[in-house]
Design a protein around this ligand. Structure first.
Ligand SMILES: [Zn+2]
Length: 294
């Protein structure tokens, strides 16, 4: 309760008959199997339904689904991310972590140890429930547009593969991340990089609408099972880094990444070679990983 607030007016919440009541605007929020549903009034319900459908597939993937080499590289990229966070966080004796858009990424749970509280936020309560069963301490359902958590509450924030869903709101989202961190708290951000070696000629050189149309066509012809949503767009590592600087984050670091998701064998070989240059490994991977301190 000390970290939660009303998504609408940011006032404190109090418990009342198995629900949470805002002490400011008076809105009531349901709690479902221990998970407060702190959605803002203007939540896109259609989007929530879509995400719930996807979430189901994430929890119980169809049995005949094969993990491609590219899928394995994707897994590896997550491992790299969590390995790095684990090392960075190892000096922390106690504290509260929040994983924003936690999904079903079990890598997060590796950070759990005595003194550390692992909290997760996602729009889909079923995903939070799944992570809680596996050992996450606490979860809250909400929207990244209006995070229902109080300022200066967290010792560390993790956020992977979310910003490209919200590229138009990136600055607002990063500003909110800054405000909910405690002074000195760490941000660990990973997302799809417009400047990735394999994608910059599309995401940087092509106008967004042409890129969008071509991408849609490509995935339709190919019959991709889970094509990227139309509202998604990779963000530039340089733009995000600049936003972080302007918001007052310090010690901003681009972490070099080895894995090479979403690519073929030949390109992977090319990336391995090119990424011997530190600048390529830091700024031109399929993903970028930026860390910073408040
Ligand atoms: Zn309120």
């Amino acid at each position: 309760m000390e970290i939660l607030c009303c998504p609408e007016c940011s006032a404190e919440l109090k418990e009342e008959n198995d629900a949470l009541l805002c002490t400011g605007c008076g809105r009531r929020f349901q709690v479902e199997s221990g998970i407060p549903l702190l959605y803002p009034e203007d939540l896109d319900r259609e989007h929530l339904r879509e995400e719930k459908k996807l979430g189901k597939e994430m929890i119980t993937p169809s049995a005949d689904r094969k993990v491609s080499v590219s899928g394995k590289e994707w897994e590896r990229s997550k491992q790299e991310f969590w390995n790095y966070v684990q090392v960075q966080a190892s000096s922390m004796e106690k504290g509260i972590f929040l994983n924003i858009g936690c999904g079903v990424d079990l890598g997060y749970l590796r950070l759990g140890r005595p003194g550390i509280i692992l909290a997760g936020l996602d729009i889909v309560p079923q995903l939070i429930d799944h992570l809680r069963e596996k050992g996450m301490d606490f979860g809250v359902a909400g929207s990244v547009h209006r995070l229902p958590v109080r300022e200066n509450s967290f010792d560390a924030l993790c956020c992977t593969d979310l910003v490209h869903h919200e590229w138009e709101r990136a600055e607002m989202i990063l500003a909110r991340f800054h405000s909910i961190l405690k002074p000195g708290g760490m941000l660990f951000l990973e997302d799809i990089n417009a400047w990735g070696l394999g994608q910059f000629y599309k995401s940087i050189l092509l106008p967004k609408n042409i890129h969008g149309t071509l991408r849609k066509l490509y995935h339709r012809v190919r019959g991709t099972e889970n094509p990227p949503a139309e509202y998604e767009f990779p963000t530039s590592v340089f733009r995000i880094r600049k936003m972080m600087q302007e918001l007052g984050f310090r010690d901003i670091t681009a972490v070099p990444l080895e894995s090479c998701p979403n690519s073929g064998r030949v390109f992977r070989r090319f990336y391995r070679l090119a990424s011997r240059l530190p600048r390529v490994a830091e700024y031109h991977n399929f993903h970028y990983m930026l860390t910073a301190r408040k």
